[in-house]
Design a protein around this ligand. Structure first.
Ligand SMILES: [Ca+2]
Length: 194
């Protein structure tokens, strides 16, 4: 456990032990969060177009389809008319601060699918980036066993080209391609929602 997490845990323990209430802060919390969001949105609405490449639905669909091997069927459910593609460096910054990194695995209630939804939502919510996708599919583990799994993909600009990265939000490792291997696990998408 990181030091930050440990300190936060102790603060939580002290608060619950002493039943401390902060009515003043609680009353203004919504306002504080709203101001923060408003400032951030103003910044990103101005800065984002300069930091990203805008792609149409058709262009994104074409890139995804080009990554799908012949005779394999993958559903690609694209929800937007256009997508904002960040540089690899910007994507790495989004990933580094991602909300999923501060959450712990909990069976069913916060497992693979929840990590993947959280990171997808975080990219949109915190950076106005809609080019992170939620993926559900199969993984083949190093021992040959197969299981259903959920993870993310990200479209990024790399050397002047838009490429797909597979992202494992639970371990924060990513690998180029839609069908790819991370830590010996073979990722086989069945449905992409982006
Ligand atoms: Ca779940």
């Amino acid at each position: 456990m990181s030091t930050v997490k440990m300190i936060l845990r102790w603060i939580r323990r002290i608060i619950s032990f002493r039943k401390i209430r902060w009515p003043f802060i609680e009353g203004y919390l919504t306002d504080i969060v709203e101001v923060f969001h408003e400032a951030r949105n103003l910044y990103f609405e101005d800065v984002l177009p300069k930091l990203t490449t805008k792609m149409s639905y058709d262009e994104v669909d074409k890139i995804l389809q080009s990554e799908i091997p012949a005779n394999v069927e993958v559903g690609a459910l694209l929800m937007d008319d256009s997508y904002y593609i960040p540089s690899k460096a910007l994507f790495e910054a989004v990933d580094r601060t991602g909300v999923q990194k501060f959450l712990e695995y909990r069976k069913d209630v916060f497992d693979c699918d929840d990590f993947a939804w959280a990171f997808k939502a975080y990219a949109s919510e915190a950076f106005l980036l809609n080019s992170v996708g939620f993926v559900v599919g199969k993984v083949r583990m190093p021992n040959g066993e197969e299981g259903l799994h959920a993870w993310n993909i990200a479209l990024v600009e790399e050397h002047g080209k838009t490429v797909v990265y597979t992202v494992e939000p639970q371990t924060d490792v990513y690998s180029k391609g839609l069908f790819t291997t991370i830590d010996g696990w073979e990722y086989q998408p069945m449905l992409i929602i982006m």
